[in-house]
Write a protein that binds this ligand. Structure first.
Ligand SMILES: [Zn+2]
Length: 137
């Protein structure tokens, strides 16, 4: 059972549901934010192994972090999968996904959980991506 997998039924969480039609990945991410800290995070979904592994590591990396630090980790992850360098200090176990940089079609898989996470933050800097579908529930 991957850590943080499965959603909770609690209105104090923000849920974002994204789909990556090019691969069939379908991911929901829930966060609870208190005083700009991600105090809890859950994810659930189905998809390829890259998508599921990445979402699981993302949850591990951002739980307990301040929003700014979580955004820095997201940025480091995006840089890694686009071949712009690896920040091992910020990314920890997620560096195991560095090979995605050589598989451009899979970048959407690797970043889907991160995008859903970022959209739960409702911050101005959120990047939306063509080819990823947001499902309003
Ligand atoms: Zn995928």
């Amino acid at each position: 059972m991957p850590r943080h997998k499965g959603l909770v039924d609690d209105a104090s969480y923000v849920t974002v549901h994204l789909k990556n039609p090019s691969c069939g990945d379908d991911m929901r991410v829930q966060t609870k934010i208190e005083a700009d800290v991600i105090t809890d995070i859950h994810h659930d979904g189905s998809g390829c192994s890259i998508c599921c592994a990445s979402a699981s590591m993302m949850a591990e990396l951002v739980k307990g972090e301040h929003i700014e630090q979580a955004q820095a980790k997201k940025k480091a992850f995006y840089q890694m999968v686009s071949g712009q360098g690896i920040d091992e200090e910020l990314l920890a176990d997620a560096i195991s996904l560095q090979g995605v940089a050589k598989l451009p079609p899979r970048i959407k898989c690797a970043t889907l959980g991160w995008k859903a996470f970022e959209q739960t933050l409702s911050v101005d800097t959120v990047e939306y991506d063509e080819g990823v579908t947001r499902i309003d529930e």
